[in-house]
Design a protein around this ligand. Sequence first.
Ligand code: MN
Length: 269
Amino acid sequence: MNNATLTNLATELATGAIRVVDLTVPLNENTPIIGLPEEFKQSPGFKMEKISYFDADGPAWYWNSFSCGEHTGTHFDAPGHWISGRDYTDGCTDTIPPEKFIAPANVIDVSKEAAADPDYLLTSDKLKEWESENGKIEPGTWVLMRTDWSKRTPEDFLNYAEDGPHTPGPSVDCMEFLTKERDILGFGVETVGTDAGQAFAFDPAFPAHQLMHGSNKFGLASLTNLDQLPPKGAIIVTPPLKIEHGSGSPLRVIALTTKKPLPMNKNHG
Ligand code: MN
C-alpha cells in the first residue's frame, strides 16, 4: 500500500519543509495550576518521585513515578469535564474518537489587546474581523487564542487579585458563535484555563466550559509558542492520555506547520 499524501508528509517532515512546533509547557513542581475558591476541593500540582537512578534500587535503569490532577500544565479538557457535557457517551478521554486528535488550527492573535487589558475578552466581532483577513473558520477546526500569556512569570500568569484572577478569555457571544455558527472542534488558550479569570461572573458562568463542552467540544489550556504559528494552515496533534472515564489529561501538543518563524521571534535582541 502506498499513499502519496503520507509519502509526501514523511518526506517533508524529514527534509524540514514541514516544521514541528512544540506547544507544550514543561511539567514540574512549579507548573502553575488553577486555584478554586476555598469551599471547593483543590487540584494537586505535579509531583515526581524517583524509583531508581542507576543505584541499589535499579543499578542499570532510571525511572520515576508522578502524580497530578488531570488538568495540570498543558492539558486537554474533555466534554465530560463539565456538567453540560457529562452525558456524552464519547465525551471522556478514552471514548473520544481518535481521529478528532488531529485537526487544523486557526490562531487568533490578540496579544496586544491582552497586554493592554488582562481582562480582555475575545468577541464574535473580533473573530469576524479575523475571518475577513484570513478566511472562514471551518467546522471541525481548533480556534487558538494567542495572548502571549505563556511568556509571563508564574505569578503574573495566574494574576490573582482580591476579586479573583484577571486573565483574558472568550466572551459568552464568542462561545455561542463558535459552537453554533462555526461548529469548531475546540478552543485553546495560553492561560491556565479556557475561560477568562472573571468568567465566574458571566451569564452563563464559564462559557468556554458551559457552551463548548455542552456542545461535545474540547478545550486546551496552558499552550505556549502560539507566536510560532501562522493564522491559518497549521495542523495540531492533541491526543490526551487514555484514562478510563478521564475528564482530561496533561498532553504533549505538537503543531505541524510550514511557515518559518519571524526573525523578531528569535530573541536576538
Ligand atoms: Mn482544564
